[in-house]
Design a protein around this ligand. Structure first.
Ligand code: ATP
Length: 233
């Protein structure tokens, strides 16, 4: 579904991503793990069209997208939940969800709002509340709901567990699995390697801009290198 080939991304003289290749097959959860500064966010932003590669290609469902504008990429079926959620403050929960659907013209939206409320019941209780007044976990749910309102076939999640209490982390990861079961493919980047690999079909380990290891989620969880570097021994 998504194929990244020999991707390099620079910020001026700094090379944040170095000749990275990986793929995501339809229906999978794929996790990219790595320490701070490994290049994870840069890769997601480049897939979404927010950064541009200096080299390499990004192919989504057979079409190269690395030169496309972000809105074209969303329209093609990829939606990103950014690190730090970035819900729109000053807008209500409902208005935030509506923003996620702004490219849609179909008549099925009402049904999709209902699906979002089933997945995230707390959002239904807070529809008229200013999004900035939600807790961190609630904001993460809203950001995921907003992304799902564009009906993506591929959902990109940037550190969904960041800053959340353990109980919320568990809930968010359960919801990610539910999203997969309902047919959306997921590319997840996380510093919480244990959680990210335990729900992943496959994963890749990034170090200073390079892929250094790959395997099934289970293989990576059992790898001595991963245990030592990312799972606290
Ligand atoms: P984190 O988990 O801390 O978000 P990450 O793996 O997502 O880390 P990136 O945010 O992609 O890593 O950063 C990769 C490298 O690129 C880092 O060295 C970072 O300092 C650098 N970088 C990121 N954004 C910029 C920018 N806008 N300008 C210059 N350098 C940047």
């Amino acid at each position: 579904m998504l194929k990244i080939e020999n991707l390099s991304v620079h910020y001026g003289m700094i090379q944040a991503v170095k000749d990275v290749s990986f793929e995501v097959k339809e229906g999978e959860i794929v996790s990219l793990i790595g320490a701070n500064g490994a290049g994870k966010t840069t890769i997601l932003r480049t897939i979404s069209g927010l950064n541009h590669p200096s080299k390499g290609t990004i192919t989504f469902e057979g079409t190269q997208i690395q030169k496309k504008a972000p809105r074209k990429i969303v329209a093609q079926g990829i939606s990103q939940v950014p690190e730090g959620r970035h819900v729109f403050s000053g807008l209500t929960v409902l208005e935030n969800l509506e923003m996620g659907a702004y490219l849609r013209k179909d008549s099925e939206m009402q049904k999709d709002y209902e699906h979002i409320y089933e997945k995230f019941p707390i959002l239904k209780e807070r529809l008229n509340q200013d999004a900035s007044t939600l807790s961190g976990g609630e904001q993460q749910m809203l950001a995921m709901g907003r992304a799902l309102m564009s009906k993506p076939r591929l959902l990109l999640l940037d550190e969904p567990s960041m800053g959340l209490a353990p109980i919320f982390i568990q809930e968010i990861f359960n919801i990610i699995q539910e999203i997969q079961k309902q047919g959306t493919t997921v590319l997840l980047i996380e510093q919480n390697a244990k959680m990210a690999l335990s729900i992943a079909d496959r994963g890749y380990v990034l170090e200073t801009g390079k892929v250094v290891l790959s395997g099934t989620g289970q293989e990576l969880l059992e790898s001595e290198e991963v245990k030592k570097a990312y799972l606290g021994g």
